[in-house]
Design a protein around this ligand. Structure first.
Ligand code: MLT
Length: 207
């Protein structure tokens, strides 16, 4: 039985030194993105934690006050908790944290964004699928060695387009190497989102 390390999670070993951190959306769990992760990188180890907050029984990574309105104090605490878990997991599973890239969807993309903004040492990069600005940090981090993909939907009813654009501006100001795709889609992931992410991951590991 695998140790919990403070988060219910799944770890699947890989055949390379890369690890993908998979962060599910609201109502998902640690099993949700495993097959997507394996498709995105057949050789990476996969680490998939379950969000610790329950909203009407649905797991999330942090509390919100309404759709798109976040409980910032909770978000900061949960981001640090997740970052600490990732550091422990790197030791426990002996993976190279410098090669840890996140793939987050919706609420999972928002906590991945918060990790970049508050704990920039944790991730090498992140694919943020249908994200918005999680919070504006007091001081911008130095993200010059992080690469970030943002894939937003032009008709996303959950994430207004300007919220995704604001995030891109914020990450750019922090120096991240950023690729952005606005696709003709809503909030759900499309084949195009998946293929774009797969291509970006291949590019990112060449850098
Ligand atoms: C969030 O709460 O993180 C965003 O509104 C996306 C969602 O989970 O619905």
């Amino acid at each position: 039985m695998s140790e919990n390390l403070g988060f219910s999670h799944q770890f699947v070993a890989g055949s390379s030194d890369r690890t993908l951190l998979l962060l599910h959306g609201t109502g998902g769990d640690e099993r949700d993105l495993l097959s997507l992760g394996r498709y995105l990188d057949p050789e990476a180890a996969l680490l998939s934690p379950r969000g610790q907050v329950l909203e009407n029984g649905m797991p999330r990574f942090f509390r919100r006050l309404a759709e798109g309105v976040f409980d910032e104090k909770d978000l900061i605490g949960r981001t640090n908790e997740l970052a600490d878990f990732l550091q422990q997991a790197a030791t426990h599973y002996a993976f190279d944290q410098k090669k840890l890239r996140a793939v987050g969807y919706s609420n999972g993309a928002n906590i991945a964004g918060a990790l970049l903004l508050l704990r920039p040492e944790i991730l090498r990069g992140a694919a943020l699928l249908r994200p918005m600005v999680p919070l504006i940090p007091e001081r911008l981090p130095d993200l010059t060695s992080s690469s970030v993909l943002v894939v937003a939907g032009n008709q996303d009813p959950v994430v207004p387009l300007e919220k995704a654009r604001e995030l891109v501006t914020l990450l750019r100001r922090a120096g991240a190497d950023i690729a952005v795709y606005f696709e003709d889609a809503g909030h759900a992931l499309t084949n195009n989102t998946v293929e774009t992410t797969k291509r970006w991951l291949i590019e990112a590991r060449r850098k």
